[in-house]
Structure formats: structure tokens, C-alpha cells
Design a protein around this ligand. Structure first.
Ligand code: PLP
Ligand code: COI
Length: 351
């Protein structure tokens, strides 16, 4: 891999006020696909791309991405959380969008080199991390609607704090009953750009009504819970943790999978099933709706304090983080930051 280091390092931001996805490190990794194969990857100074205005991704959205994190402890030890799973999922997204797959094992090795070069950018305070964004776009300059022949894969790095401005304060989420995110057979389980563009209007309306995000329902009956824009959802009804089954329209979250495995290993009952809005309402009535939380790389484990259903707010656990949510936040971040033993083999060492 060719490596060109920058001669002009950027001034770093205040690491106590990072927010999410606002700052980018000094270098990036770029790899182009042409003549039917991936070319040699390259690490180079972070900078602009020059694209022809007819570039395929700019018109038809043939683009996919991933999100994962690297962490640095006080002793300077750097780790990543389940990176191979991100590249596996990226390859599934690539297949769904007629894009070439990449060698995930090799890319993890390349990524380690990129992270080491920019290791001064990894924040160490609790709740902060280096967010890693692998992306792939179709770069053919042509307006025909068919799969491209040229692609660019790139990885950029961003030091981040909490995804939600409110941090660990429970979020308010609106159950969306007009717009839908993904029908069965659509691209819901792929991490493709268009899914996010299509979600913006509903998100904007929800924001104006005082909610942080929308909770999507199934596209056919608008009865069953699917997920939130950047996280999978979990509900605790009468001590049982339930999450929507991966029916094809939901992103198979890596944090979701980690939550399920941690719960199972602790003997806490967890079910992947269909969850209807009616079931939520019934549990509210019976007083057995104990907790709700979302899971995601950016969102980590994020307590939900209010669900807006049919114009009415259901307050969950007195707008406080519940015991199972707290336990999972502590355990998952504990494994990520090295406070707990990683008995699942999720941690990959960078140095
Ligand atoms: N659902 C959507 C739509 C997402 O964008 C994300 C974030 O990647 C998730 C769920 C959570 O997935 P993961 O835990 O792999 O970050
Ligand atoms: C992530 O958690 O990695 C996401 O992609 C969420 C969002 C920023 C799109």
C-alpha cells in the first residue's frame, strides 16, 4: 500500500466538545476499482475528490457505507470493535447494490495502518472514540441506469463524542405512521445512502414536533416496529427483552447482535420477534412497559424516555434510564473500552 503523509497537519478540535462527525483526521484511505478489479489501496492526506458532474453516485445513489469505532485507553492501547463484521455487512450491501465486494481481512490490516498514522486523533475520555467511515461509490461518468464499472472505496476517520446532543439523557422518539423506511424486498437491510436520504423528511417533521428521531413501522401494515434511523430498538416488557426480528427490511446491527449475545450469556430473557404498536399500548395499560433503548455504533446504548404514539406521549420508566439499559451500556462500553474481559472475541488490537 502506498502511503503519503501530510506535510501540513490540521489543528485539532477541542476534544471535550466533539459532537458527532464534525471533524476529520489528517489522512484517509482510498482504493479504486477499474478493469474488473480493485487497484492498490493508498493512504494519503485527507482532501477533496474531484468528480465529473455525471458521476453515477451523484445521480442514482449507488453508494454504501459502514460505521465502526476505534478506542484508545489511558496507556495508549488502541482497539477496534468487531471490524470484520462491518466489512462482512458492507459486502452484503455491495451485493444488494450490484457493487464489487472487498477483502475484509485485508482491509482491516490496512485500516490498522491508517489508524496508527492518525492515532493522535483518538480521544480517550469516556464516551468518546474514533468513528471510522468506510464508504463505496460508483464513479463511472455516465447517465445510463445500470451498474457502474468503476468504483471508489474510501475510509475517513472522525473523533466523536456522543451521537445525541443530550448524551445519556433518554431520547424522545416519534412512532412514524405516515412515511415508511423500507418495504420487504427493498434495501432496508443494506447500509446504502438512499435509505438515509429517504428518511430525512419524517425526521425533520419529528424534530419540529420535539422528538429526536422517528421509529419506523413495517411498510405494509404499519403495525409492527422496525427500527430507528441510526439504531435498532429493544423493549423490556415485564422483564423480557424484545427486539424486532431481522425480517429483511431492518439493518442487522452489530451492536444489536452484541446486545443479544450479552443478554443470553447473562441468562436475561431476550426474544427476536414481531412487536406491534398494539403490544406496546397493552403493556403501557398493564404497567409492564419497563424500558426501551436503541443500539448502534454511533448511538451506543441509548435510553428512550418517550414514545410519541398517535399524537400522545408515552413516558417510559419516568424518563429515566432503566436497569437493563444501564447494565447493557456498562457492559458493552466496558468490553469496548477494555474495562471488562472480552469473552466473545470482539476486540481487535491495533497496536
Ligand atoms: N439501523 C440503522 C438504520 C443504522 O444506520 C445503524 C447504524 O449503523 C444501526 C441500525 C445500528 O447498527 P450498528 O449497531 O451495526 O451500528
Ligand atoms: C452508525 O451508527 O454507524 C451509523 O451509521 C449511524 C448514522 C450516523 C448513520
Amino acid at each position: 500500500m502506498k502511503i503519503t503523509l501530510t506535510t501540513q497537519k490540521k489543528v485539532k478540535p477541542d476534544f471535550t466538545k466533539l459532537g458527532f462527525g464534525k471533524y476529520f483526521t489528517d489522512h484517509m484511505l482510498v482504493m479504486d476499482y477499474k478493469d474488473g478489479k480493485w487497484q492498490e489501496p493508498e493512504i494519503l492526506p485527507y482532501g477533496d475528490f474531484s468528480l465529473d458532474p455525471s458521476t453515477c453516485v451523484l445521480h442514482y445513489g449507488q453508494g454504501i457505507f459502514e460505521g465502526l469505532k476505534a478506542y484508545k485507553d489511558a496507556a495508549g492501547k488502541i482497539t477496534m470493535f468487531r471490524p470484520y463484521d462491518n466489512f462482512k455487512r458492507m459486502n452484503k450491501s455491495a451485493e444488494r447494490l450490484c457493487m464489487p465486494t472487498i477483502d475484509g481481512e485485508e482491509m482491516v490490516e490496512n485500516l490498522k495502518k491508517l489508524i496508527l498514522i492518525d492515532q493522535d486523533w483518538i480521544p480517550t475520555a469516556p464516551g468518546t472514540a474514533l468513528y471510522i467511515r468506510p464508504t463505496m461509490i460508483a464513479t463511472d461518468p455516465m447517465l445510463g441506469v445500470h451498474p457502474g464499472h468503476q468504483y471508489r472505496f474510501f475510509i475517513i476517520l472522525s473523533p466523536v463524542g456522543s451521537y445525541y446532543a443530550s448524551g445519556l439523557t433518554p431520547t424522545k422518539i416519534m412512532v412514524e405512521d405516515k412515511y415508511v423506511r423500507a418495504p420487504l424486498g427493498g434495501t432496508g437491510e443494506a447500509k446504502c445512502m438512499g435509505n438515509y436520504a429517504a428518511s430525512l423528511l419524517a425526521g425533520d417533521i419529528a424534530n419540529k414536533r420535539g422528538y429526536e428521531q422517528v421509529l419506523w413501522l413495517d411498510a405494509k401494515e404499519k403495525k409492527y416496529i422496525e427500527e430507528v434511523g441510526a439504531m435498532n430498538m429493544f423493549f423490556v416488557f415485564d422483564g423480557v427483552v424484545k427486539t424486532p426480528a431481522l425480517v429483511g427490511s431492518i439493518l442487522p446491527g452489530i451492536t444489536r447482535d452484541s446486545v443479544i449475545k450479552v443478554l443470553k450469556s447473562e441468562g436475561i430473557p431476550v426474544e427476536e420477534c414481531r412487536i406491534s404498536v398494539d403490544e406496546i399500548k397493552e403493556n403501557v395499560k398493564k404497567g409492564t412497559f419497563n424500558e426501551a433503548f436503541g443500539s448502534g455504533t454511533a448511538a451506543v446504548i441509548s435510553p428512550v424516555g418517550v414514545l410519541g404514539i398517535d399524537g400522545e406521549d408515552v413516558v417510559i420508566n419516568n424518563f429515566e434510564m432503566g436497569p437493563i439499559t444501564s447494565f447493557l451500556y456498562d457492559r458493552i462500553t466496558g468490553i469496548q473500552y477494555g474495562r471488562y474481559e472480552d469473552k466473545f472475541g470482539w476486540i481487535v488490537h491495533v497496536n
